[in-house]
Design a protein around this ligand. Structure first.
Ligand code: DAH
Length: 348
């Protein structure tokens, strides 16, 4: 029996301190101290079969060993706990002083970039930036601008008419503005001349889309009114604007045209920014690019805005911001602007 105890002591002394992990340690605990079949438990249980003389001695030995084994377990458990914590710390170590990963960054849309540039250039020439509503009345969008009732622009085919929230056939007749020109009227109703403003903003056209037409795009309206504003002033302002916008010595030319709200009216071309009038595919071999409509404000427009006749004159113009952005960045299709295609947007 004593031999047996010695054997247990030896194997416990070599196995417990080298247990690799807590599961192995638990297996050893069952092996030596397990309540059913633990080696030492069996010895303690068999004490009663021994003669009285041996009982005491063997019992003392066995109990001493129990204390020793428990001590070994406690020590190894401590050790394993420590190395476990150490390995977790090693594995999950984090250098909190390192710079973090950068998240993806958005940026301004190309049309917005150009819009801001346009605003800056006109601001440098004393023009204020004004906005107006995108939901307009038929009066501001058409009548006040001298666009007659039978004008084709009024057709359902070109204009998004809206339901009046008060019910069918109620006035005013609402629509999505087809141009930024109604803001001319809105502004002049509230401000007397002299005035100098530009009006950037969204406009809507009910038409088929293609590479150069979208149902929604942005325009910039311009309006300058004073006692003696002339076509020469207009040419000076607009030439300066395009030179600054395209960063080169462009030329402009005025062609006679027609708009109901200006008299006389012009179409403005700039010398082709791609070939400088030599003729290329961008200007369709003409050397010129059509960029804006303009003219001297029609007396009927002043009248609609409540200005006294004969006291002032002015010029007005309107151009497509998307179109100018396409020219500046050589973008071939207007529909790319609202495609949401990151590959396109990332280039700006
Ligand atoms: N409103 C016109 C359009 O949408 C552009 C325009 C032409 C505006 C001549 C003007 C102007 O102010 O004088 O096509």
């Amino acid at each position: 029996m004593v031999k047996e105890i010695k054997k247990i002591e030896d194997s416990a002394g070599s196995e417990i301190p080298t247990a690799k992990n807590r599961e192995e340690l638990e297996e050893l605990r069952i092996k030596f101290l397990g309540r059913e079949k633990g080696a030492l438990t069996l010895i303690l249980r068999s004490l009663k079969t021994l003669p009285d003389a041996d009982k005491k001695r063997v019992g003392e030995e066995a109990n001493k060993l129990r204390g020793v084994i428990e001590g070994l377990f406690a020590a190894r458990t401590e050790e394993l706990k420590r190395t476990e914590t150490e390995s977790i710390l090693k594995k999950e170590w984090l250098d909190v002083t390192r710079p973090g990963k950068k998240g993806p960054h958005g940026h301004l849309h190309p049309v917005t970039l150009v819009r801001r540039e346009v605003e800056k250039i006109f601001a440098s020439m004393g023009f204020g930036v004004v906005e107006g509503p995108e939901v307009e009345t038929e009066w501001y969008n058409f009548d006040a601008l001298n666009i007659p009732v039978d004008h084709p622009a009024r057709d359902m085919v070109d204009t998004f008419f809206l339901k009046n929230p008060k019910g069918k056939n109620q006035s005013p007749k609402l629509l999505l503005r087809t141009h930024t020109s109604p803001v001319q009227i809105r502004y002049m109703q509230k401000h007397n001349s002299p005035l100098r403003i530009i009006v950037p903003g969204r406009v809507y056209r009910y038409e088929a889309t293609d590479a150069s037409h979208d149902i929604q795009f942005q325009q910039v309206e311009g309006l300058m009114v004073d006692k003696n504003v002339s076509v020469a002033n207009f040419k000076g302002v607009v030439l300066e604007f395009f030179k600054k916008l395209f960063g080169m010595n462009v030329e402009i030319r005025l062609r006679p045209s027609f708009f109901p709200f200006t008299e006389p009216s012009f179409e403005i071309d700039i010398s082709c920014i791609a070939c400088n009038k030599k003729g290329c595919s961008i200007c369709k071999k003409t050397g010129w690019l059509e960029v804006m409509g303009a003219g001297m404000v029609h007396p009927k427009v002043f009248e609609a805005a409540g200005y006294a006749p004969g006291n002032q004159q002015g010029f007005a113009f309107g151009f497509g911001l998307d179109r100018v952005t396409m020219m500046k960045y050589k973008i071939p299709d207007i529909r790319l602007f609202h495609s949401g295609d990151i590959r396109f947007l990332k280039q700006f």
